[in-house]
Design a protein around this ligand. Structure first.
Ligand code: FAD
Length: 288
């Protein structure tokens, strides 16, 4: 079974996200990470896509590598800003030929000045969902932002557009968040719109507070004061800070599992140790 919609229907999924490395050293390091995480028997892994197609080949290479060299079903991220319909069709034909069955359909980000990307046939991810759906070949995920997408003018419009695209997709994966209530409110809001598709929770273990704070700022997530204070107790001890970050992520995962989240998706940043520790703490490590 390799379609994520089917995996979610069968029970909770546990999945990992990677980005395609830029150079040889990065590929070697990611190879080691994947080997270390393979033992955890993830339900699927996903591979990010650079804005405007900047990692088009590298994303496809990594997705194909996972498909051919591991037993783990891959999911390819695909952003539509900056692409023509023709280019998207070509990318989908290649994935289909490779036997890839899962795509995360994303808007991506337009140029910083807000102008439409040159040559782009797309404005919103929902248009990409429609085009992928019309192939009949893929299980389709979309992005959800528990604390609202940074370009959303208000909550109502954010939830309305999310509900609309999720209705046409199979599942959503959330941006990372640190308060379980943000996730629960999102699920409630989708319920109020009559949408009950699975919403997989995105988990970012905070192993480097400065780095995660920068990412949170760009994605519209809040890093709460209590989290900053708790990690700050480690002072200059980076190992202790990472240990506290894992502890916080483990607590969040436990609450999400208890609340019935249909899946947890870990933003690994191409490293394995935080996820392995969280698995151990949660008792998720498969027995040998
Ligand atoms: P959309 O669904 O198009 O939404 C963008 C904004 O437009 C929202 O404010 C929405 O409310 C609004 N909107 C939607 N439809 C309409 C409409 N019809 N009319 C008016 N407004 C509308 N980025 C990458 O570049 N590469 C990646 O690999 C990547 N992976 C991601 C994985 C996950 C799990 C998540 C949560 C995000 C990821 N992103 C990635 C980031 C994502 O591309 C950005 O957040 C991007 O700014 C918007 O993507 P979206 O799919 O949410 O866009």
């Amino acid at each position: 079974m390799a379609r994520i919609a089917d995996l979610l229907a069968a029970g909770p999924t546990y999945s990992f996200e990677f980005f395609p490395p830029k150079n040889e050293a990065g590929w070697l390091s990611l190879g080691r990470t994947i080997a270390e995480l393979e033992d955890l028997e993830p339900s699927f892994v996903s591979v990010t896509y650079g804005a405007g197609g900047s990692t088009r080949t590298r994303t496809a290479d990594l997705v194909s590598w996972v498909k051919r060299q591991t037993p783990i079903p891959p999911m390819a991220h695909l952003t539509c800003h900056g692409h023509s319909r023709h280019e998207i069709a070509d990318i989908l034909i290649d994935y289909r030929a490779e036997g890839v069955e899962n795509i995360l359909a994303l808007g991506g980000d337009p140029p910083a000045d807000g102008s439409p990307a040159p040559g782009s046939d797309y404005r919103y991810s929902s248009e990409l969902v429609d085009d992928i759906r019309s192939t009949g070949a893929f299980s389709i995920g979309v992005a959800a932002h528990p604390e609202l997408h940074p370009r959303s003018p208000d909550r109502d419009s954010d939830r309305r557009h999310l509900a609309s695209k999720l209705r046409d997709a199979d599942f959503a994966i959330t941006q990372f968040f640190f308060e379980v209530d943000h996730y629960l409110a999102l699920v409630d809001d989708m319920g109020a719109h009559g949408v009950d598709k699975p919403i997989v929770a995105g988990i970012m273990p905070v192993t480097n507070l400065a780095q995660v704070s920068r990412m949170a700022h760009m994605s519209g997530a809040e890093v709460p004061r209590w989290l900053v204070d708790r990690v700050a107790k480690a002072g200059d001890d980076a190992d202790d800070a990472a240990r506290i970050g894992v502890e916080i992520a483990t607590e969040l995962c436990a609450r999400l599992i208890e609340a019935g989240a249909p899946g947890l998706h870990f933003y690994t940043l191409n490293r394995s140790s935080a996820v392995r520790s969280i698995y151990t703490e949660l008792g998720l490590t498969p027995s040998p």
